[in-house]
Design a protein around this ligand. Structure first.
Ligand code: BTN
Length: 326
């Protein structure tokens, strides 16, 4: 059945009810087929009101991201100026990496309405339901030594935290290294993938996933305890265009600051926004080694400094952070 034709019938009705019977006669299909088509449209972000007596009426359309809306509001010099919007991708990380290999310039931004295989840190999947979140990957071509790349992860977290706080007024903090939390629940994730050759950094793909308008039912049951969205936290929808454009402006400013003054200012901003410092923690490194102690700050190159119970301070670059068992 033609989905577009059904939508046109609803458009013509201008928000008034149309009966299931009338729809089925217009479309030449059964009432069950009409109902299935409405379910499909709901999955795509359309909202309907249903009445046993009157039928259905269209009350909301998906708010798709468009170049026409995004570009005039970007307010950046470089970031997002080469903007690629997709409906459905496996992962925006893969698209951006392919573009980077084809010499796409720094600041090229790939955004998708939906990811079928969105990936998170440590090989986890990233829940990416259609039209509800922001799923994007930005190409960076920094001229920094390879070991400094973790600094960029912290920089992206600072920019995102500042942009979202400004937009929503919510109390958002950074959990080391780069998760953003509202009342202990994660609202966004950042995944930096670096491509290097003979110890030289060629480019970095900064992948950012933000739970903007996800509802509770969009999360797998086991995630609900640990994840939330801006919509859940605010009790109202948030413009994804405003999230993207606000973040791009902040990120470009932070990146310029970093290129001019190095990591110092970013380190201070990160420490001020962090909710991980001075909380007893256990870090599990990728090699499975555990470090327990109190995080006291960042080192000058971006490692987390942990004061162990014997007062020795160690620097940790990459690990999963948890609370000690009580
Ligand atoms: C994390 O585990 O916290 C990082 C999640 C990163 C998800 C984003 S969504 C856009 C980009 N594409 C992906 O496949 N992953 C990143």
């Amino acid at each position: 059945m033609n989905e577009q034709y059904m939508l046109e019938l609803f458009e013509q009705a201008q928000g008034e009810y149309v009966s299931g019977e009338w729809l089925s006669s217009q479309l030449g299909v059964s009432r069950t087929a009409v109902w299935k088509q409405i379910r499909k449209l709901q999955d795509a972000g359309y909202t309907f009101e249903a009445s046993r007596k009157l039928g259905y009426r269209l009350v909301g359309k998906p708010i798709r991201l468009t170049l026409a809306e995004l570009l005039p509001h970007l307010g950046t010099r470089v970031f997002g100026r080469n903007l690629k919007l997709f409906d459905e991708v496996d992962s925006t990380q893969n698209i951006a990496a392919r573009l980077a290999e084809g010499n796409a310039p720094e600041g090229t931004l790939v955004i998708a309405e939906q990811q079928l295989n969105g990936r998170g840190r440590l090989g986890r999947a990233w829940v990416s339901p259609k039209g509800k979140g922001v799923y994007m990957s930005l190409i960076l071509r920094p001229t920094i030594p390879l070991p400094y790349t973790p600094q960029l992860t912290l920089l992206v977290a600072v920019a995102l935290c500042r942009a979202l706080k400004q937009l929503t007024g919510l109390a958002i903090g950074i959990k080391w290294p780069n998760d953003l939390l509202i009342e202990g629940k994660k609202i966004s994730g950042i995944l930096l993938e670096s491509y290097a050759e003979e110890e030289r950094l060629r480019y970095v793909i900064a992948g950012i996933g933000i739970g903007v308008n996800l509802d509770k039912q969009d999360y797998p049951e086991e995630m609900l305890q640990h994840a939330t969205s801006l919509k859940i936290a605010m009790g109202q929808e948030v413009s994804r265009t405003a999230v993207i454009t606000g973040f791009m402006q902040e990120l470009e400013s932070m990146y310029e600051l970093y290129n001019q003054e190095g990591f110092g200012p970013i380190k201070s901003l990160w420490e001020a926004l962090s909710v991980s410092l001075f909380q007893p923690s256990v870090l599990t490194t990728p090699m499975g080694q555990q470090v327990a102690g109190i995080p006291i700050g960042l080192s000058d190159i971006g490692a987390l400094l942990i004061r162990k119970p014997d007062n020795e301070v160690v620097a940790v670059f990459s690990a999963e952070m948890g609370n000690p068992a009580r």
